[in-house]
Every structure is written in structure tokens, then in C-alpha cells.
Write a protein of this length. Structure first.
Length: 235
């Protein structure tokens, strides 16, 4: 699977994302016409990401958001009651999508080597599709409430534990050599985060997401695969 194939497989249009947001917040969003909600949520979220990724969410005023989204203050408050609620909507949706798509892709792969390959590629490709969201989620975690910070930490550990579980499975089957699985998973997660947190660096070097995925996979495989098992390594 490469990035182009991932884009074809995954139904993740912006309209799909905002329909999900509307479905989960139907009780609190005061506008009930789906078409209007989807269109305006896209404007609100895009404006929030644009402003926040330039000067930070806490520095963004509602008036800033109103101007950038081209919506009145009253219209904004039809979708959320406060900046804190908007922040939670953004963070929650990114976590939900990540968990769902990762689960959908890796559950079809019984072989641990193939499963790890798919998990790494899926995480990278998803962060490429939603780079502003991933960057925002990481940078704004410090501004969440204690409860929301706990949820963010749980989400971080969720994806890290996916890698740890795959590594444990591979070690149990003899596919992977015995290494510290949790620490290895943590390092994999760090390499994946570097892609969306320092996207400018790789863009400057003209490194594509497929090239980065291939490098990460080779790096990880060199560490966890038994070099004496040629057949395993070819996979």
C-alpha cells in the first residue's frame, strides 16, 4: 500500500469528517440542517487550524475566528458554547478518526510483520491527509482541561500500544527478535510524530510520505527482524 492507494481506500473527505462531527454533537449544535452545518463546520475548523497553527489557540479570539471563518459571532455560538468546547470537538474528532482507521486496516492482517507494516503506513498516511489536525492536536494538548488531557494521553498510549501488541505477537511467534517492545513502540511513535510536527523539514528535502514510510519501515525491520531468517526479512 502506498499513499495514493491509501487515499483511494479511505473514505475521508472533509464532508465525511464534518458529518461525523455533526452526528456526535447533534444535541448541542443549534443548527439542524445538515448541509449548512457541514459547510459551516468546515469553515470554522479550517479557520481555527489556520489561526492556531500560526499564533496558538489560546491567542485566538472569537473575533479572529469570526473574521477568518466569515461568520458572525452569533453564528459561531450556534455550533459551540465556548472556545474550550470547540477545542474538545477538534481534539475528539481527530482521536476518533485515528482509532477507527487504524483498527480497520490492521485487523485484516494476521501476520505480525505485515500488520506492523500496515500500522506504520496507515498512521503516516493518515497524518499526511490530516496534517494540520495532527499538528494542532499535539501542540494544543497543554491547553486542555485535566479530563481532556487524560483523554489525549490515553489516545497517545492507544496508538503506541498498537505497535507494542504487534511486536509482542511477533516475538511470541518467533518473527521478531526479543527487544523491549514498549520502548521500541515508543520510538516508532516518535518517528511517526516527527513527520507531521516537522513537515517543513521533509518538504525542504523533497522527501515524500512514501519515501519516509519506506525508510521508517527499513529502520524498524533492521532492529526487530532476525537477520538469519531471510524469508521473513523479504516480507
Amino acid at each position: 500500500m502506498n499513499y495514493a492507494e491509501f487515499q483511494k481506500q479511505v473514505s475521508l473527505s472533509r464532508q465525511d469528517i464534518y458529518r461525523e462531527v455533526f452526528a456526535e454533537n447533534r444535541k448541542t449544535i443549534r443548527v439542524k440542517k445538515e448541509g449548512t452545518v457541514v459547510k459551516n463546520l468546515e469553515r470554522i475548523f479550517n479557520a481555527t487550524l489556520k489561526i492556531s497553527n500560526k499564533k496558538g489557540f489560546q491567542a485566538m479570539s472569537m473575533r479572529d475566528l469570526s473574521r477568518e471563518a466569515n461568520l458572525s459571532m452569533g453564528a459561531l455560538y450556534s455550533y459551540f458554547k465556548s472556545k474550550e468546547e470547540l477545542l474538545e470537538m477538534l481534539q475528539h474528532q481527530r482521536r476518533t478518526i485515528t482509532k477507527r482507521i487504524l483498527a480497520e486496516h490492521i485487523e485484516t492482517e494476521p501476520d505480525p510483520a505485515a500488520r506492523l507494516n500496515v500500522a506504520i503506513r496507515t498512521h503516516l498516511y493518515l497524518s499526511e491527509v490530516m496534517q494540520p489536525w495532527f499538528y494542532f492536536a499535539y501542540m494544543e494538548t497543554k491547553n486542555l482541561s485535566k479530563k481532556q488531557q487524560a483523554e489525549a494521553i490515553e489516545s497517545e498510549l492507544f496508538t503506541e500500544n498498537i505497535f507494542a501488541e504487534i511486536l509482542a505477537q511477533g516475538q511470541a511467534q518467533g518473527t521478531f527478535i526479543n527487544q523491549d517492545g514498549q520502548l521500541t513502540a515508543s520510538l516508532i511513535k516518535s518517528m511517526l510524530q516527527d513527520w507531521y510536527l516537522k513537515r517543513w523539514k521533509y518538504a525542504r528535502r523533497k522527501i515524500s510520505v512514501d519515501q519516509y514510510a519506506q525508510f521508517v519501515l527499513k529502520f524498524v525491520q533492521a532492529f526487530i527482524l532476525d537477520s538469519n531468517k531471510g524469508e521473513t526479512k523479504k516480507k
